[in-house]
Unconditional design. Sequence first.
Length: 210
Amino acid sequence: MNICILNGSPKAGKSTSELLIEYLSAYFGGNETVTFNVCKTHLSEEQFSRIQNSDALVFVFPLYIDGINSRLLRFLIELEKRGFADKSTLVYCIINNGFYEGRQNAAAADIMKNWCKAVGLTYGQTLGAGAGEMLPFLKNIPLGHGPNRNLGIAFRELSRNILSLKCGEDMFVSPNWPRFLWKIASSLKFWYPRAKENGIKRKRLKDKVS
Ligand SMILES: Cc1cc2nc3c(=O)[nH]c(=O)nc-3n(C[C@H](O)[C@H](O)[C@H](O)COP(=O)(O)O)c2cc1C
């Protein structure tokens, strides 16, 4: 079985999408799996052909403004233009977002459903994971345990569906960790340091856009 994983994070350094790909790949054992980073590299004809001839395509990307980022969009348009001679490929997605609620990814999952209709492929399933920037801090906790409990259960179902080329209901998960603790931890560990790195004061983060 040919599985093709497409990393759609435009982030310069390490991304949560990369971590989610690591989690997913661990389920694929002896299957032929390739991963392409579609936001950072120009793919060769051979790589496009590999994508167009996959049994399963798995898009792994972050939520940007309740939708998909422009680089991934450009890639989707390119792939739509090239088309798929064999329409048997199933499309799956793993979308992660910054806010706590994984449900925020539902609109992006709908965009992918529409793209599948446009190219004539079957939409398989989406896993939407909330609190994305927190996930790398939890990577030493095995999936299915503690704050990664829901994520582990969802990964098990998604990987089972991919390996048997079945469709499933979309799944949206948030960490098994209280929302208020997530807010404190993610602000102190991630958002404030990231703002500082970019020369932005804490107060500015609370400014409302008028
Ligand atoms: C331009 C931009 C827009 C974003 N829009 C949203 C959003 O609408 N909702 C949300 O929950 N997170 C949003 N985020 C946060 C990202 O989804 C989050 O940081 C994610 O974990 C990044 O994943 P990655 O590391 O795989 O790139 C946005 C981030 C950026 C940079």
